[in-house]
Design a protein around this ligand. Structure first.
Ligand code: SR1
Ligand code: MG
Length: 402
């Protein structure tokens, strides 16, 4: 195949046969398109006779969720396959293994994760994941700290920054996360009942706008570490034993807080979904308790690992000076709260929303969940320097969740 074309469930089988020596000659091929994200085609190709499978992910030249009039850089899969290779090594396999990247068809062929589920859907079903906090904190500390200037040789890190310049995908985040939800924007997607609330509490709040502007320019100008760039619970595969992070096509060198804040925001939105959407009873109480401890521990365990791993890995002479590590990590977690608030806001009123909140069937419960989410988000952005421990997040949740 010497020219790009969009694959389908039939052509992808020939594609796989021509590209990779993976299936046996007696394979009985089957294929599903399983992509549920906003951007790509994702095929699961499997051999039902020998029980083997793999994934083919193909970039489309436009935003899938919007159609062909929103064009998008088709080379993003190259960035994604490169960062996955780096993250695979840094984290001992907390991401899927990439078998091939094909720059003509803009396809990645990779390990299938059929014994995992997308974390967002698992949590919506009330499932718990006992190993998640330990594994996601490992993922974040290893991928972020080890790609930063405090650890990497500085010229090598600058070369890496260059090679991960990702302007079109970053522009999506600059617009959809840090700009449009805080304004009256054409691409916002606001429930009728929330229109006034959004205008009064978000758009017209000058303090909030100012603090969000600061967050936006930190995102654009702080090339601190190699980020995943879109680390929400739809980018995380889980089961009871294991966690695998997928989909880092928004990767670039940016503030570490962007990844950490995304994880925490999506956990909080799931908690709000359960708190307002689940039927009262023991199941709801147990699950809400589990989500609160997961939110608290994700903050505290990640921070504790940053502080403890620091001494073993940091190479920069000045970064080793007394007090710098605490200053650096505290700054990450203040900005984490700010990012968390921006992500919570955009997932409530912006272009790309989350099922956790939108699937609450009862109108008044959904309204309560979404307005509570926006009020907590505002506080996280404005008062981010005081939201730096797990308990700080729990205090905010108990203040607003009534
Ligand atoms: C146009 S893309 C919309 C969103 O989907 C991706 O998963 C990112 O979160 C992006 O902001
Ligand atoms: Mg994605």
């Amino acid at each position: 195949m010497d020219k790009y074309f969009e694959l389908n469930v039939d052509s992808v089988i020939d594609y796989v046969k021509s590209k990779i020596d993976f299936f046996s000659s007696d394979a009985e091929y089957k294929c599903n398109e399983i992509g549920d994200g906003n951007l790509n085609l994702v095929f699961r190709v499997f051999d039902s006779k020998n029980n083997k499978s793999l994934i083919v992910k193909q970039s489309l030249p436009y935003v899938r969720a919007a159609g062909e009039d929103w064009p998008l850089d088709i080379g993003r899969g190259e960035i994604e396959s490169r960062i996955l290779g780096i993250e695979y090594k840094l984290t001992d396999g907390l991401v899927p293994e990439i078998y091939i990247y094909d720059p003509i068809m803009c396809c990645m062929v990779m390990e299938d994760l059929s014994d995992y589920v997308i974390m967002r859907y698992g949590l919506i079903d009330g499932e718990i994941y006992p190993k998640f906090v330990d594994q996601i904190s490992d993922f974040m500390v290893k991928t972020l700290l080890l790609t930063s200037d405090v650890v990497m040789e500085h010229k090598e890190k600058k070369e890496s920054v260059k090679s991960f310049i990702n302007p079109e995908l970053c522009e999506i985040t600059e617009d959809l996360v840090f700009t449009e939800p805080f304004n009256i924007g054409a691409r916002n997607n606001i429930e009728e009942s929330l229109v006034e609330f959004h205008k009064t509490h978000i758009v017209n709040d000058e303090k909030l706008s100012l603090e969000t502007a600061k967050m936006k320019f930190d995102f654009m100008n702080n090339a601190q570490a190699l980020l995943h760039g879109d680390l929400h619970t739809g980018s995380i595969f889980v089961n009871k034993d294991s966690t695998k992070v997928i989909d880092p096509e928004f990767a670039f060198y940016g503030p570490m807080a962007y990844d950490i804040g995304n994880v925490i925001a999506n956990l909080i939105m799931n908690y709000l979904s359960a708190f307002y959407g689940m039927a009262d009873g023991d199941k709801k109480d147990d699950f809400c308790r589990y989500m609160l401890s997961t939110i608290r521990d994700t903050v505290d365990v990640t921070k504790a690992k940053f502080l403890s791993v620091w001494d073993d890995v940091v190479t920069d002479t000045m970064a080793k000076k007394k007090g710098f590590k605490e200053f650096y990590v505290e700054d990450i977690f203040a900005n984490t709260a700010g990012v968390c608030g921006c992500e919570m806001t955009r997932r409530t009123v912006g272009f790309a929303q989350v099922k956790d909140l939108n699937s609450i069937e009862d109108d008044s419960a959904r309204y309560k969940a979404k307005t509570t989410n926006l009020l907590i988000a505002k506080e996280l952005i404005i008062n981010r320097t005081t939201a730096v421990t797990g308990q700080n997040y729990l205090d905010l949740l108990s203040k607003y969740c009534k």
